[in-house]
Write a new protein. Structure first.
Length: 310
């Protein structure tokens, strides 16, 4: 039976260490927690969706080699079906080093992302047979754009995990229906190809949502960590509505790890879309699940806790 959700994008191998504080220059600190597992926006989102009961196929790049074997085994254990676009390419899996500060759950990440990815073949449209939602994270853009175009033609909603601006983001946005941006996402200014910047006030956020919507998405939202999610959505008549979604409060002392909370939001939202929920309800589900996730270690630790409670 075909999976109702396809996620297309990045898989990494995450080496996560927990420490009391980040080291200063030329300083060594001792970590007292270590975890090695797969990560990446699309991979985490796929695992979240499966954990929420929605069978999911991940279209990504793993390649060959011992690191790829670890990631592949982790995805299989999570129940994620994988389509590897470069199954014979050696040593292409990116590695992310993640440092989590114990007291706050905040994290610092260093990664090469998809910088070593070879040129990829276009995925075949039959990957979308029976699919009810497609998530793309902006990585592996040729594959993402090809799948998004096919999904659009089939009436399948396309959700973008907009972590940051990338050189191909403008092209991808033209075939996206829903874009949920991170608090770091900015349109690029001259000399800033990543589109990152400082804090924005509400008026500036609304202007950003309008600018992103001008590329094509009818539903655009921006998360802000524990802060309110601002969204912009256009109705069938083109009328624009704005609203604010406030996440449930989490006491600061209860935050264990913010790593992957954005991936949880997108994975839970994509799962809700695949179940047939509307965009606003799906976003609310994603925000609720992401808020719950920060009480546990890692992007998927809360899934195990949810199963234990059940």
């Amino acid at each position: 039976m075909p999976a109702p959700l396809v996620c297309c994008g990045l898989t990494t191998l995450d080496v996560t260490q927990t420490l009391d504080r980040l080291p200063a220059a030329d300083e060594k600190v001792v970590a007292d927690g270590l975890d090695v597992t797969f990560g990446g926006p699309a991979a985490n989102a796929a695992a979240v969706a499966v954990g929420l009961g929605v069978p999911t196929t991940l279209v990504t790049v793993l390649g060959t080699g011992p690191l790829a074997d670890v990631a592949r085994g982790g995805l299989a254990a999570a129940g994620v079906a994988v389509v590897d676009l470069a199954p014979d390419a050696p040593d292409v899996l990116p590695v992310s080093t993640v440092l989590v500060t114990r007291a706050t759950g905040e994290r610092a990440v260093v990664s090469v992302n998809g910088a070593r990815t070879p040129r990829l073949p276009a995925p075949t449209a039959d990957l979308l047979t029976g699919v009810r939602a497609l998530l793309v994270d902006g990585h592996h853009p040729d594959a993402a754009i090809a799948l998004a175009r096919a999904a659009r033609a089939a009436g399948v909603p396309v959700l973008l995990d907009g972590g940051s601006w990338k050189p191909t983001t403008a092209d991808l946005l033209t075939v996206v229906d829903l874009a949920v941006l991170s608090g770091d996402f900015r349109l690029p200014a001259p000399g800033d190809a990543r589109g990152l910047g400082g804090a924005l006030d509400d008026e500036a956020v609304d202007a950003l949502l309008d600018a992103v919507a001008a590329y094509g998405p009818s539903f655009v939202a921006r998360s802000a960590g524990a802060g309110p999610v601002r969204l912009r959505h256009a109705g069938p008549d083109g009328a624009v509505a704005r609203s604010v979604l406030r996440p449930p409060a989490v006491p600061r002392g209860a935050v264990v790890d913010t790593l992957g909370a954005g991936d949880v939001l997108h994975g839970a939202m994509a799962a809700a879309l695949a179940r047939g929920e509307g965009p606003s309800d799906a976003l609310a589900e994603g925000v609720r699940r992401a808020t719950a996730s920060v009480r546990y270690a890692g992007a998927r630790g809360w899934l195990g806790a949810s199963r234990d409670r059940s």
